[in-house]
Ligand binder design. Structure first.
Ligand SMILES: [Zn+2]
Length: 402
């Protein structure tokens, strides 16, 4: 399976060559756009190149490669437009481009390393230093192939390189999967994961809660003031809290996917929180409007990091995952005692989040079995899988009190 990714990198410093090139490039785009528009229907990039190349080179003064990129890009834009016209979503119309983006082809008019971007400008080949973020480091390994990418002027007035890259990952067909992991996202631990072999990881414990409490206090204080400047500071504060939360989510997702990789997990299951039900994630006293987006963000981060490493991700029905006993299947609200899960039926005790994660793991495993019973494929040693989960209990149970 092909994974593609856009990595946004900021240029340390730009110069006049960039806006100048963008300006001219856009002029070329708009010229080519007019040609296709007047044609009344899309045309191939080869045809468009034939019709525009001379003008783009000689009158507008674009470089040869840029002129080809213009034709390809504009031709693509109108093909997309045509599809939308056919779906009745819009009408045939002229596309206008503004000088905020310019596309480069890898190897032909851009090259990139961890530190430097080299691009063709109207003033010749130029090198720009880039700010390489920690998370972006991984995209500079050999397994990634670079694609046509864009230099973009953001609204802050700075220039960013949107590096598109792809790599081939081998994803096991779900029918052949034998090791599953359920991940429960929540406020006590940001993520609790448990595998079919019952090996488990508790990650981000307390951190999200601390962050939330700190900001909650500051928020309350500012809210009680009720002045305009307090309101402005409140907004800034929520932006900052969001960024810190996002950072935490990045760290935790990275760790849990690494754990899954070490454990040889084939499929990760998580709860489908798209219509989060009342009883699922956020208990009333914990209700906090930031929780739901933060959980979903964490899941998204886990999802894309997992896919990049060849681990499949499935979402399962979240109903009763926190109220069901992961040993005997008994469902009751009374099974919960704060952070502890104590089954009123069979007496099984464990950390409530771990119990949730186990139920998610069961569900994603069942999902695999459902696919098998629906499909024509021969189930590969289902018995082996069942035996593993019934007999193995290697990982140590965590302390239920915290
Ligand atoms: Zn039970």
């Amino acid at each position: 399976m092909q994974v593609t990714k856009t990595v946004v990198l900021k240029l340390k410093k730009s110069d006049q060559s960039i806006p100048k090139t963008m300006e001219r490039y856009t002029k070329g785009m708009n010229f080519a756009s007019k040609v296709v528009y007047e044609n009344g229907e899309p045309m191939s990039s080869t045809k468009l190149q034939e019709l525009t190349y001379k003008h783009l080179r000689e009158d507008i003064g674009l470089l040869s490669q840029m002129s080809c990129n213009v034709a390809r890009q504009v031709s693509g834009t109108y093909k997309t437009l045509q599809e939308q016209v056919e779906n009745g979503k819009t009408e045939w119309q002229k596309s206008e481009f503004s000088p905020t983006n310019i596309k480069f082809s890898y190897g032909r008019d851009y090259k990139i390393s961890k530190e430097k971007l080299s691009i063709s400008t109207l003033d010749g080949r130029k090198e720009y230093e880039i700010i390489n973020y920690d998370y972006a480091e991984q995209y500079f390994s050999e397994e990634w192939k670079y694609l046509a990418s864009e230099l973009v002027k953001h609204r802050d007035g700075e220039y960013y390189f949107h590096l598109s890259c792809e790599k081939e990952v081998e994803e096991k067909p779900i029918e052949e999967a034998s090791n599953f992991m359920g991940i429960d996202v929540g406020i006590n631990y940001l993520a609790v994961g448990t595998t079919t072999d019952k090996n488990q990881a508790f990650l981000g414990g307390g951190k999200a809660k601390d962050l939330r409490n700190t900001y909650e206090k500051m928020r309350k204080r500012l809210q009680s003031k009720g002045t305009f400047s307090a309101y402005k500071r409140l907004k800034a504060l929520s932006g900052k809290e969001k960024r810190l939360m996002e950072q935490l989510n990045h760290e935790v997702s990275k760790e849990i996917v690494e754990f899954a990789k070490e454990e040889g997990v084939d499929v990760i299951g998580m709860e489908d929180l798209t219509d989060m039900r009342e009883e699922t994630k956020v208990r009333k006293e914990n209700r906090y409007n930031h929780d739901s987006w933060a959980f979903r963000q964490l899941q998204k981060f886990i999802e894309y990091k997992a896919i990049e490493r060849g681990i499949r991700v499935e979402y399962v029905d979240p109903e009763n995952t926190s109220k069901t006993c992961s040993r005997c299947g008994h469902i009751s609200r009374n099974n919960r005692d704060g952070l502890d899960f104590v089954c009123e039926e069979c007496g099984y005790e464990l950390h409530a989040d771990l119990n949730g994660a186990r139920n998610i793991e069961h569900r994603v495993r069942d999902f695999r079995h459902d696919l098998e019973s629906q499909g024509s494929r021969q189930p590969p040693d289902v018995d082996g899988v069942e035996a593993t989960s019934a007999t193995a209990s290697r990982g140590a149970e965590p302390q239920t009190s915290s």
